[in-house]
Design a protein around this ligand. Sequence first.
Ligand code: LLP
Length: 425
Amino acid sequence: PASTTEPPHGALAVGGVPLAEIADRFGTPVYVLDEAEVRDRCRTYRDAFPDAEVLYAAKAFLCRAMAHWVDEEGFGLDVCSAGELELAVTTGFPPERIVLHGNAKSPRDLDTALRLGVGRIVIDSPAEIARLAAAVGPDGHQKVMVRVVPGVSAGGHEKIRTGTDDQKFGLSVSDGYAQHAIARILDQPQLELTGLHCHLGSQITSVKPYLVAVRRLVGLMSRLYEQHGLVLPELDLGGGHGIAYRPGEEALDLTALARKVRAELADACATAGLPVPRLIIEPGRAIAGPAGIAVYHVLSVKHTGDTVFVAVDGGMSDNPRPALYGVRYAPRLVGRPSTAHRTRVTVVGRHCEAGDILAADVDLPADARPGDLLAVPVAGAYQLSMASGYNLVGRPPVVAVRDGIARLLVRRESLADIRGRDVGL
Ligand code: LLP
């Protein structure tokens, strides 16, 4: 798997297909998704969390095949828009195993969710309660959870930390907003509150924050029991499980997470005199990230000042993560063997700004030259799903590999696609 072994510089195959062959056949940039790796990662979760409900967080990356694979692996789905929801349901994903999230769900999101019959909707603001109750109607019925802010700071970057009161998601427990919202939900007979939800942040590599969150959420459940006699059957701890982007980096230990969360939950519930709720988790990155690899062509190698710039035919429009979060990748030269010594370079994209850097200060073979292929491993999560239309270069295709066979899942965005949406003048 891309996460644990350092792919060599030189010929590299994924899912039994040489990347050079994929580049030839589908062009570059291209995103390659290893189906076996996605399925293996799902099974790792099933083994570690046999009693939990595991939802794949679609925001990490979604296409119809991905929805199909995680469905076959017995996962549910976490979606946060009508777009993600409709794509999944029209692929045959069972709507009752889908949970709708979002801090600002649009009328279209809510209407689509009710029309397609999603399993649960996670309430994230007071305004949503009345809106949802009205949309469900007095004779309707909808299961909901409430997203609460447990006051736990965790996550790989400030922009992806969501466990504290100074960010937009969820309802604060420390200020009593969550408790107030819950009382209002209980007044709506058509809304059935099944549990509390929290999501601490993303790219978390330690188990500890999850244990603190469990304590705090069970604390709230205990107060809700005292005040309302309410016993909630579910507890959703969100996702956020960190992965290794470069050789030597630590990923979150899922076995330890499962074991310790289970123990903490059992202990906290015993202390509170509550039955243990069914655990729900929502990993996205840890399923899709290591299963993806981005492949580019090198277009130029340029020496300026002290830096060697290796420029490729993609960049921040297909991977905005280095620019947004300063994350670091370990690109490899692929497609031809090279015995040249390593030299320090900065891999940049083709976009019209100096911040379009894919990987600063990385070691590549010194004979890297235009026409070479460059692969960026661990590219399956939050790259294409956050791709933009910057400079109208068109979004790359997604190719699945399995057992030596490559097949196109999502085609490249063509110039005709781009022109086709532009209906003015
Ligand atoms: N559940 C909820 C409610 C979420 O908001 C998220 C991610 C997840 C689950 C899945 O988290 P994961 O297991 O993938 O960490 N664009 C950023 C990551 C943003 C994560 C947003 N929410 C990045 O590229 O690092």
